[in-house]
Ligand binder design. Structure first.
Ligand code: ADP
Length: 366
């Protein structure tokens, strides 16, 4: 069925529109009531005078005919006004169907009634859908951009080998090594993108796991001490009781590892990392501090953006994808927490994660 055919069918279906139905309904109502009234009246006249003058019959018919017509016209005008929001809603939906990024919105007319509620809901839904479409388009564009470099490098090496590298063991080894490194990068990137998507879709209400933040922090601290012997790590544990948070343990660990890993990656000469744990009445605070390159206020605002790297080439050389902090932030927020950053260029950074303590929830359910 082509578009024209579709339009014709739509119009044919719409021919006996709600407006006509309402107008005809009102006019028929009038006819019924008036005919009953006319019959009663003529009955009364006949009863009193014995005959029904022709003049009365004539005027009754005139009133029925013109009254019906007048009511019908009045009903058409009235229903046009009443159904105007429906027409606007229909136009908006049609515009959205034609172009999902349309600027058209149903304007709220008249009273604060069911139609204006419907209009508001429709406009809000279109705004949300458009935000999702834009985010998806942005994601696809970011991902293609990120994958383009490794793919171009691997392709370059393959072409080099194809032309003259096959017989030269040095070129062969070099190209294979570089290609493998790029393929490894692509693998990391794909895994991190999956992590990011998963972090965005955590069904938090279904998470039953309660994690001891202090225990997890201690484990990460021990592991980092072991894998980075050239660094000095300290852990300031001010927790008076066990800080229990409703979060999956692997997610808690992932957040801490991302922050600790960055602290190591972006340290300069001073190889010192401080971890800190404290708690208030209803939340736990986890700090990760380094004394490395730090960030300018402009960069600090953007580091949580997907794929954002201050120095793309340097971060890339260190195996960075620009996704670590986005994943950490989405995970923290999925569990009802926040993540903050204090940083000064050249002096270092402190990332602080705030997560709600589980204790209160337990009290509530008791
Ligand atoms: P990456 O994989 O590049 O490290 P992240 O999302 O973890 O991606 O970080 C984004 C950018 O933020 C990094 O490229 C780096 O420029 C900056 N950054 C992250 N952590 C720190 C830190 N502790 N000190 C200085 N800069 C940092």
């Amino acid at each position: 069925m082509d578009n024209n055919e579709k339009e014709t069918t739509k119009k044919a279906v719409r021919r006996f529109s709600l407006r006509w139905q309402l107008a005809l309904g009102m006019a028929s109502g009038f006819f019924v009531i008036f005919i009953v009234f006319a019959l009663l009246l003529s009955g009364l006249i006949k009863h009193h005078y014995g005959v029904l003058p022709n003049e009365v019959i004539f005027w009754l018919w005139v009133i029925i005919a013109f009254g019906g017509l007048a009511i019908f016209i009045f009903a058409l005008i009235l229903t046009k006004v009443i159904l105007r929001p429906v027409r606007l809603i229909e136009t908006t939906i049609e515009a959205f169907e034609d172009d999902p990024m349309t600027e058209v919105r149903a304007s709220e007319v008249g009273a604060n009634d069911e139609f204006s509620d419907l209009t508001r809901i429709l406009n809000r839904t279109i705004d949300r859908l458009q935000a999702l479409i834009s985010a998806q388009q942005q994601f696809v564009s970011d991902v293609s951009h990120e994958l383009r470099t490794p793919v171009t490098i691997v392709k370059g090496h393959m072409e080099l080998l194809n032309r003259w590298g096959k017989d030269d063991p040095e070129v062969l080894e070099d190209s294979i090594k570089s290609s493998l490194a790029e393929v490894q990068r692509m693998e990391t990137l794909i895994n991190e993108m999956l992590n990011l998507t998963r972090a965005e879709q955590i069904p938090v209400d279904n998470v039953k796991e309660i994690t001891d933040v202090g225990g997890t922090m201690n484990r990460v601290y021990d592991n980092f001490k072991m894998i980075h012997p050239d660094f000095s790590f300290t852990l300031d544990d001010d927790l008076s009781t066990k800080a229990r948070v409703k979060i999956r343990q692997d997610h808690m660990e992932q957040i801490l590892i991302i922050l600790a890993d960055n602290a190591v990656k972006y340290s300069l000469d001073r190889h010192e990392i401080h971890f800190a744990l404290s708690q208030t009445a209803n939340r736990v605070e986890i700090g990760v501090q380094d004394f490395g390159e730090g960030l300018t206020p402009e960069d600090a605002k953007r580091v949580f953006d997907r794929f954002y790297r201050v120095d793309k080439a340097r971060s890339r050389a260190k195996g960075g994808t620009g996704l670590g902090l986005s994943i950490a932030q989405r995970l923290v927020e999925a569990y009802g927490g926040t993540i903050a950053l204090e940083s000064a260029e050249g002096s270092g950074s402190i990332f602080t994660v705030y997560l709600p303590l589980y204790v209160e929830e337990k009290n509530e359910s008791n």
